[in-house]
Design a protein around this ligand. Sequence first.
Ligand code: SER
Length: 315
Amino acid sequence: MKKILVIGSAGQIGTELVLELRNKYGNENVIAGINRTMPSDEVRNSGPMETVNAMNIDEIENVVKKYEIDSIFHLASLLSAVGEQKPDLAWSVNMGGLKNILDLAKKYNIKVFWPSSIACFGPTTPRENTPQKTILEPNTMYGVTKVAGELMCNYYFNKFDVDVRSLRYPGIISYKTLPGGGTTDYAIDIFFKAIKGEEYVCFLNENSTLPMMYMPDAIKATIDIMEADKEKIKIRTSYNLAAVSFSPNEIYNEIVKYMPDFKIKYIPDFRQKIADSWPKSIDDSSARQDWNWKHAFNLSKMTEDMLFNLKKILK
Ligand code: SER
């Protein structure tokens, strides 16, 4: 990877990925692709930035040619909850964007990272220690785009030798940029309320266990899979990826250790049905074997770090 384009640089993962890639590969070699939302000051002030709407292939191609891009991280997407409210838009943005990137990757020999998600699974999938190869029958439009996207990546690899790599992200917890419209967002909102000294009204029930990961682990996995030797990447749909699993009640109990007055109540909404269709825990042994994936943060270490950093930001 010498010249890198990150599409979705103002998003939750994009914000932190751009900064880490700039650390590793040099500020001028990582182009932050943005669309409607302005990225953070840190992203804006640390290197090049271009407007790239993933739906506009000419716009992306101009940036690819201008910088001689050899690697693209394509992160622009609608998430699960907002996708249920706007299913047509979720299909066209999530699938149209990916198809544009894969077509350009084929034409210019570009390496691609594209995220799949635990949302590719559905109510018929085994929910405990969900295997790498299993039933993929999601009941959300977001999940449908993830399954179709995985198959599209695999097709472009087999048919056109496009070096595309993918991870099924669990819910990602972070404090720099908020996610927009996901079902796992509660696990971030809860920290903000705790620090502000307010009660948290959780939109999932207390026992909704879901697979989760702290952002530094997600960034490490994303860069590790892209840096791995090509022959080590044996799965070209998308790798299962895991770190921790917890329920709202478990994360609440962890936060209360630091903030004994913190209160929570549970009023599940339409997102409960989405959470109920997803796994509780994930078997990611293929990622661990094939390219040596290891996570660093468990629930207690993540909670301590989130509270420490959010206190600094919100005070
Ligand atoms: N965090 C995502 C969501 O909740 C899952 O990929 O939609």
